[in-house]
Design a protein around this ligand. Sequence first.
Ligand SMILES: Nc1ncnc2c1ncn2[C@@H]1O[C@H](COP(=O)(O)OP(=O)(O)OP(=O)(O)O)[C@@H](O)[C@H]1O
Ligand SMILES: [Mg+2]
Length: 285
Amino acid sequence: MKTPAGLQELIDDGVIDEVLRALKSGKEATVYLVRSGNERRCAKVYRDMGQRSFQKRAQYQEGRKVRGSRQARAMAKSTRFGRREQEASWKNAEVDALYQLVAAGVRVPKPFGYFNDVLVMELVTDAAGDPAPRLGEVDLSPEVAREYHRFLVEQVVRMLCLGLIHGDLSEFNVLVGADGPVIIDLPQVVNAAGNNGALAMLERDVNNLRNTLGRFAPELLTTEYAREMWSLFQQGELRPDSPLTGRFARDDSATDPAGVMLVIEDAREEAIRRELGKTVTPRDD
Ligand SMILES: Nc1ncnc2c1ncn2[C@@H]1O[C@H](COP(=O)(O)OP(=O)(O)OP(=O)(O)O)[C@@H](O)[C@H]1O
Ligand SMILES: [Mg+2]
């Protein structure tokens, strides 16, 4: 195909050899299938700032670290420099996240670099070697749906262990590769510790996975992994291999008077039984 303007520079610099075709033009970026030597890769060309929602981004960027205070001030005011900085930080967030996540063993496309506002990364493929379908486009057996759910919850936990929340995880941003699910599309990655909306975003991410995979394995629909992992995270006890049950006792159950009375009643009966045990002489029949 005719080389798109944003990619010519990468060809001139020898980063890629050829643009094969556009894979998809999304809200925020156009993704191209490209060739680098003998390998096929993906090139994600980000759209201009003006075409994305500012408000949404402000929410996501809360808590994300910015290098100097001048940059932080500029981002706060919407000066021209500020707009540039905000845009650069937005685009780099995905690249930074990919490197960090690959290093931590999270299954995301392997990045090959960020050149001239273009992210070059591993092409995720299906068993036939074609670009992989999205999670929302495949039919699954209950067993495979449960296995994908377990795997994806584990990936979310691994991310949270690094202090990161995807922020836009859904059936559109998980590809089904030959070896299983791969999480993509991370420019809005959220810093869990510094963001007031973190739990809400984590719940939305995890519940999106639950609802998509629950179509094939309905018992997933009642699970509550987000709150369970968040509770461990807040206590500083979340680990990549933390065992999770999918059940979470919400705070209101602890203050349920009938429930509390039952626990007291049980404890009292137990104490009486122990007292009786002391006084009753065991019969040996
Ligand atoms: N590494 C990859 N391997 C294979 N296909 C990919 C890869 N990255 C992206 N794609 C394809 O390109 C599409 C868009 O990518 P991505 O979600 O990162 O961009 P986006 O602009 O946010 O798109 P959208 O608005 O649709 O979410 C994906 O849904 C997927 O089909
Ligand atoms: Mg996407």
